[in-house]
Design a protein around this ligand. Structure first.
Ligand SMILES: *Cc1c(COP(=O)(O)O)cnc(C)c1O
Length: 403
């Protein structure tokens, strides 16, 4: 038998990665190998408590047996067809998503950004069918994040991300979160959609207020403008309801989902009401090769099944107030923490200085955290975490801030 090749150490893998992968991320200097529950392990076997969850993705935690088994079974059955044929997992996933969201029509994508692209095309087509114009405008928000493809970037309210890639798709206007006048002052008869995250993620964990969403709903109703909510990060139970807008007493015309929708298999979706579905995209207008393939849809189906079985929403509603209390206590002990933000298991702490050094110290001590902008630590753990996990996280973070 051939002698087994020497297993590379962590540093060698990192060097190799940096010589091959395009350097679009300043990565943490660890190589992850496996996961179990709310813990990840690097290739040396070091354990990390995970308060990142692959950026709000792995809601179920790692190694959920039913989820893994469902994927394995689907792999052996059928991985991919094409959207020119029907497949059973996609039919089931669409049904589950409709039931969870109250939307009527679903288009599956491979990512969040692709879901946003679809939502933008839906809005333009809807307006085009009404008046035949080709100069419609979309209002998005400052500090928003909707993804990195050209259309999604065009509606992302962060100039640093956009500037090097100008020109954008055009006719996008930016308003301020929770400032309805800044929205209304930009509405005109060319406006086809108002797009926002129900709770801003990357931009700083800012929830929309009830009044703000109600006022947007009102102007959208009056002028037949599409209200489009990006639930890619805040959806799928993260704030305690399946979708964050469901606690506001309003309903969007179009919404997007991704991230926790399949807990790790590339998957996203944009959804709409029947009225929008009947008056926007038709055969030939939009497509995707992989989107909604049997494997990805089997993952989504397993996610919905496990949410029910494990009472994931109940757990969020139980642990989130505890996390909030503990973060606020931490804030009262450290004057460098200026503000607590967020809702559900999507919370953040605003520091008066950049948080990079704190996050790196936490990594050394076996805790994964991520920022949201330079001065905010974002807490987006798996939705199955316990109060004991919160205690452990707080105790590590506490020492990292002290240092
Ligand atoms: C992550 C994210 C996106 C982009 O999703 P990708 O799958 O990375 O393309 C869009 N909107 C929000 C709110 C997000 O958090």
């Amino acid at each position: 038998m051939e002698r087994q090749a020497k297993i590379m150490d962590m540093k060698e893998y990192i060097e190799e990665a940096e010589s091959s992968l395009l350097h679009t991320y300043n990565r943490f200097q660890i190589v992850l190998d496996k996961g179990e529950g709310v813990h990840l392990y690097d290739i040396n076997g070091k354990e990390y408590l995970d308060f990142v969850a692959g950026i709000a993705v792995f809601a179920l935690g790692y190694g959920n047996k039913a989820y893994n088994d469902a994927l394995k079974a689907q792999i052996d059955k059928l991985i991919h067809t094409s959207n020119y044929y029907y497949n059973v997992p996609a039919v089931e996933a669409a049904k589950k998503l409709k039931a969870a969201s109250g939307m009527d029509r679903v288009f599956f994508t491979n990512s969040g950004a692709e879901a946003i692209e679809g939502a933008v095309k839906t809005a333009r087509k809807y307006a085009f069918l009404k008046d035949g114009r080709t100069d419609h405008e979309i209002i998005a928000l400052e500090h928003s994040f909707h993804g990195r493809t050209m259309g999604a970037l065009s509606v992302t309210g962060n100039q640093k991300y956009r500037d090097p890639f100008e020109p954008m798709i055009g006719n996008i206007h930016f308003a301020r979160m929770n400032d309805i006048d800044s929205v209304l002052s930009q509405v005109n008869d060319k406006t086809c959609a108002i797009l926002l995250e129900t709770v801003q993620g990357e931009g700083g964990l800012t929830p929309a207020t009830k009044e703000f969403l109600a006022a947007i709903r009102k102007v959208c109703d009056e002028k037949d403008i599409l209200m489009m909510l990006d639930e890619i990060q805040c959806g799928m139970g993260r704030t305690g309801t399946m979708f964050a807008w469901q606690r506001y007493g309003i309903k969007p015309d179009v919404m997007t989902s991704a991230k926790a929708l399949s807990c790790g298999v590339p998957m996203g979706a944009f959804m709409m009401t029947e009225k929008v579905g009947q008056n926007s995209l038709v055969a030939g207008d939009h497509g995707t090769t992989y989107g909604g393939n049997p494997l990805a849809c089997a993952a989504t189906n397993a996610v919905f099944d496990q949410y029910e079985k494990l009472h994931v929403l109940d757990n969020v509603n139980k642990v989130a107030p505890y996390l909030e209390k503990k973060l606020k206590e931490l804030m009262s002990r450290h004057t460098c923490i200026k503000e607590h933000r967020g809702v559900g298991l999507m919370q953040g702490l605003l520091f008066e200085q950049p948080v990079g050094p704190i996050i790196n110290r936490a990594l050394d001590k076996g805790l994964l955290l991520i920022n949201a902008g330079a001065n905010i630590i974002r807490f987006v753990p798996p939705l199955v975490i316990t109060e004991a996990d919160v205690d452990q996280m707080i105790s590590i973070l506490d020492t990292c801030i002290e240092e």
